[in-house]
Design a binder for this molecule. Structure first.
Ligand code: GDP
Length: 418
């Protein structure tokens, strides 16, 4: 079996690239903030005492404080975002649940996702959801309640429901991955709105296909629009429900190679987002339902193949894990670039501006100090002159007194002798 090749969930995750980079950049900005605050106090003092710094300069420096604070806030909220698309019932919610290792999103008949659902980590131990435009936190105790809440809400298809799930319950949420589930691409006419509202900051897109049929025009069209709006989006393709092929082993291989070829052509020749080699590593044949089931068993301490699973489960399970590994590598690298590159160049330009401003102030201080020094020397010369005079006077006085005392002594001793 392929057991030994299985990806260990606690093995060092590629997501750590992002997690570490985020910590580092946050620490650096923390230091920059401290430095800016300290320098601002110094600049304000200079302004108040010596007027070396004028009002405009002082205000400009204060604006850096706000700038740095604003960047810090964005940095703290930065995450890796993956968005799932495909026709209704291809298994988008099931794929997300399988990755989260828990049935969080409602799936199946009657639970068609009819709006965007975002699952993100929450630091407190509670699970709740929030609908767009409302600050109310609706507590979520279980999946049934979540499904009901989603059904009861009169939601427009391009609106967003945010589900906050305790971070400690899932490694991916803990490492700052945010999942976005979408309504089926077959039900919407507002693809442009969807992309503008939910996709522009996505780091990875996952197209969930039904391996039992071929890619539809709606699915293709959606990704054509995405790749027009975004330069080189990262797209993974999951041919889901591959367990269904187990019942027809005779044509499994030919179906697989046909799907593979079409998917690679789509990524390379149609969308032109990947080269042949990369595209080959972006197409997978999986069963989200089996994976989720296996993981639920594993969480209970049972072997993953518990339950009635179809022939070839291990290979499909391994392929799902392989997808996750490549997905993690891709999303963390892409997110570091898109999220932090911009902040680090802004940080560089802010610190560069501050530096040249401080250099300038320093120069002025040096000139000012030299000027004072000159004045001081002038003053000292004068004082020295006076001192010499004083000393002369004192010396004369001393001499006079001395002579007087000597005279007195002489007179006294003379008188005594007499
Ligand atoms: P969505 O509308 O794309 O989010 O699809 P769902 O995740 O709600 O799945 C639709 C139905 O397909 C549900 O009944 C799932 O249990 C089922 N399903 C999902 N993935 C698989 C799979 O890999 N194999 C099989 N056999 N069924 C699946």
């Amino acid at each position: 079996t392929s057991d030994t090749r299985l990806y260990q969930p606690n093995a060092k995750s590629p997501l750590q690239i992002f997690v570490r980079a985020k910590k580092k950049i946050n620490d650096i900005y923390g230091e920059i903030e401290e430095y800016v605050l300290e320098t601002t106090t110094f600049i304000n003092a200079l302004h108040a005492e010596a007027e070396i710094v004028d009002k405009a300069e002082r205000e400009l420096f204060e604006s850096y404080v706000y700038k740095v604070a604003a960047i810090r806030e964005v940095l703290q909220r930065d995450h890796m975002k993956v968005a799932f698309f495909g026709r209704t019932s291809n298994g988008k919610s099931s794929v997300i649940n399988a990755m989260l290792r828990e049935k969080i999103l409602p799936s199946g008949i009657g639970h068609t996702t009819n709006c965007f659902c975002q699952v993100e980590g929450n630091d407190g131990g509670e699970a709740y959801l929030m609908t767009e435009g409302s600050a109310e936190k609706l507590n979520v105790v279980n999946i049934k309640q979540l499904a009901n809440a989603l059904c009861q809400e009169k939601l427009c298809e391009s609106s967003l429901v945010r589900i906050f799930w305790p971070r400690e319950r899932c490694r991916l949420l803990r490492d700052d991955v945010v999942f976005v589930d979408s309504p089926g691409v077959d039900v919407s006419a507002n693809l442009d709105d969807w992309i503008d509202n939910h996709c522009l900051n996505a780091d990875v897109f996952v197209l969930v296909l039904n391996a039992e049929s071929t890619m539809t025009r709606a699915e293709k069209q959606f990704f054509h629009t995405v790749s027009q709006k975004l330069s080189k989006p990262n797209i993974f393709i999951l041919n889901n429900r591959w367990d269904a092929s187990a019942s027809e082993p005779e044509c499994q291989e030919s179906v697989k190679s046909q799907h593979t070829e079409r998917c690679i052509d789509f990524l390379t020749k149609e969308l032109k987002v990947s080269n042949e080699k990369e595209a080959g590593e972006r197409v997978f044949f999986v069963s989200a339902r089996e994976t989720l089931q296996a993981r639920i068993e594993e969480a209970k301490g049972n072997p993953p193949h518990m339950g009635a699973l179809a022939e070839g489960f291990q290979i499909r399970y391994f392929e799902f894990q392989d997808f996750e590994r490549k997905f993690e590598e891709c999303i963390s690298q892409s997110a570091v670039k898109t999220k932090f590159q911009q902040h680090s160049s802004r940080g560089k330009s802010v610190s560069g501006d501050m530096r040249s401003m401080l250099d300038n102030i320093y120069e002025r201080i040096t000139i000012f100090r030299n000027l004072k020094q000159d004045q001081k020397t002038l003053l000292t010369d004068r004082i020295q002159g006076t001192e010499t005079q004083m000393m002369q006077v004192t010396r004369d006085m001393k001499l006079k007194i001395h002579t007087m005392v000597e005279e007195v002594e002489e007179k006294v001793s003379k008188a005594l002798n007499e």
